[in-house]
Design a protein around this ligand. Structure first.
Ligand code: BEZ
Length: 212
């Protein structure tokens, strides 16, 4: 299968998870989704990542975003590991972990990079829109825990783009000015962006964040 690219439909699958069987597209429904892989159960960095996502769960919920983890170990292993995560990270895990023992989902999403490791997944992240299209793909090495503030930031940016004709500049943070899409003509800006705009160059026009 050709590798996945932004804009592709996220491959659908059925999988066993720590919260029962999931049919991915049906499970996503109209929500946004984050699918993220873990090299293996009972590994230190993954344990902190899963705890962090449990702590951030309300933030994902606020953004109408479901989270789904994946690790290439079995269900019995996941259930034991979840006890450790809850104990050491002081959380309750509210979201499912796929038990991808046969690596079916990992293969579908190209999460195993054999030159990095033949059996374990790298740390992949996919953000999927309500249209089931892939909006972001990130690949981290096994030894680097991901920055979940950055994932929330990207979701905020994607949702602004989906709801308003704006993009977000470098290092943008929620609440800061955004960039008006080049397709919008100057004369159409007042109706679309009543908070006003600053024209720095004909192609670089900023406006206060529309949903604040
Ligand atoms: C970890 O999750 O802690 C980890 C996994 C594979 C290699 C290094 C760290």
């Amino acid at each position: 299968m050709a590798s996945l690219r932004l804009g592709d439909i996220a491959p659908d699958f059925t999988a066993e998870t720590s919260q029962g069987n999931i049919h991915f597209h049906e499970w996503l429904g109209d929500s946004w989704g984050v699918l993220f892989s873990h090299p293996a159960d009972f590994t230190p960095v993954c344990t902190t990542e899963l705890g962090t996502v449990a702590n951030y769960f309300p933030e994902f919920e606020k953004r109408n975003t479901k989270v789904l983890a994946l690790s290439v170990d079995g269900l019995a292993s996941h259930k034991e590991w979840i006890k450790d995560i809850e104990e050491t990270q002081n959380v309750t895990l509210q979201y499912p972990i796929i038990a991808d023992e046969n690596r079916a989902v990992a293969t579908l999403y190209d999460m195993i990079h054999p030159n990095a490791n033949e059996t374990f997944t790298v740390r992949s992240v996919f953000i999927i829109g309500p249209d089931k299209k892939i909006k972001l793909m990130l690949t981290y090495p096994a030894s680097t825990g991901r920055n979940f503030d950055e994932l929330l930031r990207v979701i905020d940016s994607l949702q602004l783009t989906a709801n308003y004709s704006v993009a977000t500049p470098a290092n943008w943070k929620d609440g800061q000015d955004v960039v008006i899409a080049p397709a919008i003509k100057d004369e159409d800006i007042p109706a679309k962006f009543p908070k006003g705009f600053t024209k720095i160059k004909y192609y670089l026009r900023t406006t206060p964040q529309p949903n604040k």
